[in-house]
Design a protein. Structure first.
Length: 86
């Protein structure tokens, strides 16, 4: 099975950041490049999920599906009170 094509980019790091990423890559048994690629991939997936959740929340708000500040405060106070009494 063929491995997908890779795209090469360059990045500059201050010495402290490079030393940190190098040590982490070494501890993970990876090359610096493989470690950076994995970190960027994980971060990108996390950011994409976060942005998708914001977009979904905005659609819910536009559809009128939301709670007022007062409703949320009441809900929170009920949860706190239930925790003290239960």
């Amino acid at each position: 099975m063929n491995e997908p094509a890779k795209i090469r980019i360059e990045a500059e790091f201050d010495p402290e950041t490079y030393d940190l990423l190098h040590d982490l890559a070494e501890a993970a048994g990876q090359t610096d490049a493989a470690f950076v690629a994995e970190v960027v991939r994980r971060f990108s997936l996390s950011e994409a999920d976060f942005l998708a959740s914001i977009e979904e929340a905005e659609r819910e708000i536009e559809a009128g599906h939301f709670y007022s500040q007062e409703q949320m405060e009441r809900w929170y106070e009920e949860r706190v009170a239930a925790g003290r009494n239960g």
